[in-house]
Structure formats: C-alpha cells, structure tokens
Design a protein around this ligand. Structure first.
Ligand code: ADP
Ligand code: MG
Length: 365
C-alpha cells in the first residue's frame, strides 16, 4: 500500500515538474507568395485547432499578397502606380504599411526608398529581362525616385474587425488615399514581407499560439515565442559567398531579415548587378557589403533596415545603428572581403556556425 502511495506521489511530482504535457505536434505548410516560397511551422494545442490557425495564416498571406504585390494587376500598389497622379483609395493594410515604410525611408535618409520601381523595372529585376541601362537613362531614373512625393491621406476611422482579424468593410467608411505623381511608381518589395511577418505573428499570438516559426522566403523570419521545449529558435544566417550558413542567431519573440547582393542578380561582361539599388544613382548599391542581417522585434524594421543598411555600407550603417536606439535593432554586416561585424547588443544571441568557427567577428560598439 505504501509502495503504491509512493509511486503515485512520485508520478505527481514528475507531472508537476514536466507540466505533464506532451510536446505538441507541429503543423506546417508552404505557399508561394510575394515572389517567394513562404513556410510556416506552428505548434498548437491540438491538430484541429492548429490547423484552423494555419488556415487563417494562409488566408492572411493570400490577402496581403493580393494587396501589396506589384505584379498583381488589381493590387493596391498597382492601382496607385497606374493612377497617373490621381488619388487612390486603399485598404487599411496598404495605408498602414505605407505609413510605416515612409517613416523608415525618412529615418534612413532615403537609403530605403519605396519609389524605386521604375529603376527596378529598367534593370529587369521584375520579369527577369535583365539589362544595364545607360548612364543617361540612370540619371533620369534616379530623378523619379523620391519617397517624399508620396502623399498619404489617412482618414481617422475605425473599422471593426471580422472573425479573421481582417477589417469588416460592410459599413461604408471613408478610406485612406494615396497620391503619387504621374511617372513615379511604388515598389514595396523591400518591406512587404516584413509587414506580412508582423501581421502573421500577431494573428498567431491572437489565436493562442506561443510557439511558431514563420519563414517568409528565407530573407525574413519571425519567431513567435520559443521552441515548444522553451529553448530559443536557432536560425541560420546565409553565407553571402557560399551555400551554407556562417552564423546562428537565437530568436525568441523576435524577427530577423537579411538583404544581400547574392539573392537576385545577373552578370554582364564580368560585372555582377544585384537587385538592391542605391536610390541616389538608380544603380545597384556598391557599398562594400555583401549582406546585412537585422534582428528586431518588428519584422518590418528588419526587412526595411536590412535593405537600407546594405545601401549605406559599413561605416554609415554602424553610425545609423548608434544614432537610432529607438528602432530597437541589432545587425550583422558582412563585407565583400568576408569580414564579419556584429553590433554589441546581439553578441549573446550570435554564434559562428560549424566550419566558420575560425572567422573573426568585430563587435561594433
Ligand atoms: P528581398 O526581397 O530579396 O528579401 P530586400 O528586402 O532587400 O530583398 O528588397 C529588395 C527589393 O526591394 C528589390 O527587389 C526591389 O524591388 C526593391 N528595392 C531595391 N532597392 C531598394 C531601395 N534602395 N529601397 C527600397 N526598395 C528597394
Ligand atoms: Mg528588405
């Protein structure tokens, strides 16, 4: 009898220590959106419930893709680009993203500029009909890049949210408007995945998920909570000069975004041209960096700033980090010579990967 009691007590103790919980099974899905393959892993309470959350996440991805993709004819972005200078009514998501992106354009003094689309098209980075524009053409294109010309008419309204978290537009309300001078065009390619990552994370958390990894095409990753066992998610940082990962970053309720010349590029006459452009010249940014990774609570900040710091280069980028603590970001910068720099606030979450342990890392203070 005493033995049985002891067994029960022991089992109860074990239960209390481990929480008596089974490790939840992940539900995963992948989908092609925003010109990339996105994959989402969610750990939930039960398979049915987790599947329901997955469906909501998938719906949200499709929704944002249809609003923000410049390739989609009916997207808000495309309607703005085609409006010939007239004001265009847009959805809440578009207005919210534009407002936040314009703030980043301003903070980065135009290193990030969401009006680079005419130049992006001229280089053939949409449609993959690559070509090198002439110096005269580039000068003309650079003249069309100016985020300060975007006029955002935000209406003070509150739209009730439907069950999927999307605004319920059944009551007619005045919508926000965007006005862009004729001849200019928006491209949210540098920020849309980040915004989507934040929206998905919020939706997952709002549905009771405390463990998920949202991978929006490798370059933007959002960690919701930690792994089911409580340890942080470990995410690899791509070696811009190779196929593997040179570093691992530990993420817990945190996002990470990487921009690099290796992600989309073409070669002509022995010169490599990549898809991140310097708004000053309308040509690929040659700042001496080959990749920038930004870690921050907001995926939009990660996405926008990784592009901007790539344009700025090491010195300006490091100074930008020192000057903007309010943006709450840390960064890993890799030069074309393979030197690795890491900002001081990230060192305890950063480690070199197997095969890269002998590389030197300079800590930026
Ligand atoms: P990826 O989309 O490959 O993750 P980025 O987030 O760095 O990479 O975004 C690059 C995309 O943003 C380009 O493909 C182009 O459409 C657009 N773009 C290029 N240069 C700039 C820039 N300086 N500012 C804003 N958008 C840019
Ligand atoms: Mg970006």
């Amino acid at each position: 009898m005493r033995k049985r009691l002891l067994c029960i007590l022991l089992a109860a103790l074990l239960c209390a220590l481990t929480g008596c919980k089974k490790t939840p099974e992940p539900v995963e899905f992948s989908t092609f959106a925003m010109d990339t393959l996105m994959s989402v892993t969610v750990y939930g309470k039960g398979e049915k419930e987790t599947q329901r959350v997955q469906d909501r996440l998938a719906t949200k991805i499709r929704r944002l893709d249809s609003l923000l993709s410049v390739i989609n004819e009916d997207s808000d972005v495309n309607r703005i680009n085609q409006a010939g200078g007239a004001p265009v009514e847009v959805e809440d998501h578009t207005a919210q993203l534009l407002a936040a992106a314009l703030e980043l354009c301003e903070a980065t003094n135009g290193a990030l500029d969401i009006t680079a689309y005419p130049a992006v098209k001229a280089w053939g980075f949409t449609g993959e009909k690559y070509r090198v524009p002439s110096p005269v053409e580039l000068e003309e294109l650079a003249g069309k890049i100016d985020y300060t010309a975007v006029e955002l008419g935000l209406e003070s309204h509150s739209v009730p949210a439907g069950p999927d978290g999307e605004p319920d537009w059944t009551d007619p309300v005045k919508r926000d408007t965007v006005t862009l001078p004729a001849g200019m065009e928006l491209d949210l390619g540098a920020v849309a995945k980040g915004y989507t990552g934040d929206q998905l994370a919020e939706l997952a958390r709002g549905n009771g998920i405390s463990s998920a990894l949202l991978n929006l095409g490798q370059s933007t990753i959002v960690a919701v909570g930690s792994k089911p066992n409580g340890s942080p998610w470990r995410v690899g940082v791509r070696d811009p000069a190779g196929e593997g990962y040179f570093a691992v970053v530990e993420l817990e309720d945190m996002a990470m975004g990487t921009s690099g010349g290796y992600q989309r590029f073409f070669e002509e006459d022995g010169i490599t041209y990549w898809h991140i452009l310097d708004p000053e010249t309308a040509a690929p940014a040659r700042s001496g960096l080959s990749s920038v990774t930004v870690v921050a609570p907001s995926a939009l900040t990660c996405d926008g700033l990784s592009t901007a710091l790539f344009v700025m280069g090491l010195e300006r980028g490091a100074q930008f980090w020192r000057d903007h603590p309010e943006l709450e970001f840390e960064a890993i910068l890799v030069t074309e010579d393979g030197e690795i720099y890491c900002t001081a606030g990230l060192t305890d979450r950063f480690s070199l990967a197997e095969g890269y342990k002998d590389r030197e890392v300079t800590v930026l203070e």
